[in-house]
Design a protein around this ligand. Structure first.
Ligand SMILES: *Cc1c(COP(=O)(O)O)cnc(C)c1O
Length: 363
């Protein structure tokens, strides 16, 4: 008989500001999931999945929607369906499709995503127009545009509706397709007071993530025309994303869309409060006025620490986990499992890390 190996306990953060992906289903969500009707999803026989996709189509004002295992699959299916190998797609340099999908657009669809240098993740209609290539025998064909609402790596920036309308209007003029990576579209809507459908109306396809601020454990929803979603189903099946009794987890999405949308305002308020407090800490460069939703970025270069060293300090000394977002950029994200009473410890940890730095600015 073999001896069981010693188990090293994983140190859990006391306060976790790493991402809005870390949320756990609430007891109410778990109870809802436990009683949800289920069936064979890929046969269209799972009532919970069917309810969820109907809710998404209605929320986004599209003819249909499909439930997928991840937001990444939503984006990659959309890109694959919209374009042909050799096409060029325009997106901001900070975009998820460029930085966090393992080169999927190139590897899967043979497309080149050209990065536009926006401001906090948001480029202008003028930049967009200038980047569209004149059709020629030599150049790649500019075929579409992806807008990420909100911009994650831009710091949770909300794309203004007029910018969205301007860019997608130009896209249509040039016969380009439009896709919204709306992983955090509902954060944008709650922050701006503009309905999801109002943003979504400008796009051929839209995806929203269930496992970010909405607090469901798994999944994304991709919405578009009937024909588009029919084709999306073919790729879902081909890529192994078609499921069986998926309602076990999809029901969490139904619950989240009913109960976890309005409360995103709390996350935004907590992010603003956190940013206001962090602005008083010597050695941090932070712009509280840029905090529009649930993401706060700050720079720690003036403390003499790298972001990795900074994050190790907050975690090891205080049990506060932040995310290392660049060599000297730290990101904190508020979410369902972060409550206002955790702000003081988060601030203490970040102030402690800053003070542990080696440069006079941090003294
Ligand atoms: C998280 C995220 C995705 C991908 O979603 P997953 O469900 O993690 O695959 C896509 N776009 C943005 C902007 C995201 O933040």
């Amino acid at each position: 008989m073999s001896t069981p190996a010693a188990i090293t306990p994983v140190k859990r953060p006391v306060v976790d500001l790493y991402s809005d992906t870390i949320t756990l289903p609430t007891p109410e969500m778990r109870a809802f999931m436990a009683q949800a009707p289920i069936g064979d999803e890929q046969k269209g026989e799972d009532p919970s999945v069917n309810e969820l996709t109907a809710m998404a189509a209605e929320l986004l004002g599209k003819e249909a929607a499909v439930y997928l295992p991840s937001g990444t699959m939503c984006n990659e299916i959309a890109l694959a369906l919209h374009s042909r190998p050799g096409d060029e797609v325009l997106a901001d340099a900070t975009a998820h499709i460029i930085n966090y999908e393992v080169g999927g657009p190139a590897a899967i669809s043979g497309i080149n995503v050209r990065a536009l240098q926006g401001e906090r993740g948001v480029f202008t209609p003028e930049q967009f127009r200038a980047a569209i290539r004149t059709p020629s025998r030599y150049a790649p064909r500019t075929s579409g545009v992806v807008i990420e609402q909100t911009s994650n790596a831009g710091g949770g920036t909300v794309w203004p509706l007029e910018t969205v309308a301007g860019i997608t209007g130009i896209a249509r003029e040039h016969g380009l397709w439009t896709h919204m990576d709306g992983a955090r579209l509902l954060n944008a809507s709650v922050a701006s007071g503009i309905e999801p459908v109002t943003y979504a109306a400008h796009f051929d396809s839209v995806f929203i993530d269930l496992s970010k601020g909405l607090g469901a454990p798994v999944g994304g929803l991709l919405a578009g025309s009937h024909a588009f979603i029919e084709e999306a189903w073919r790729l879902k099946q081909r890529w192994g994303g078609a499921m069986r009794q998926a309602g076990v987890v999809a029901s969490a999405g139904v619950y989240a869309l009913r109960h976890h949308v309005e409360r995103l305002a709390e996350d935004h308020a907590n992010a603003r409060r956190l940013a206001a407090e962090l602005a008083g800490i010597p050695g941090l460069v932070i712009h509280p006025e840029h905090v529009e939703t649930n993401i706060v970025l700050f720079d720690v270069a003036a403390t003499g620490l790298t972001a990795a060293e900074f994050g190790r300090h907050t975690m090891d000394e205080y049990g506060v986990r932040v995310s290392v977002f660049g060599p000297t950029t730290v990101r904190v994200v508020t979410h369902l499992d972060f409550t206002a009473d955790q702000i003081p410890l988060a601030v203490r940890a970040i102030a402690g890390a800053a003070a542990s730095g080696t440069l006079p600015a941090a003294a």
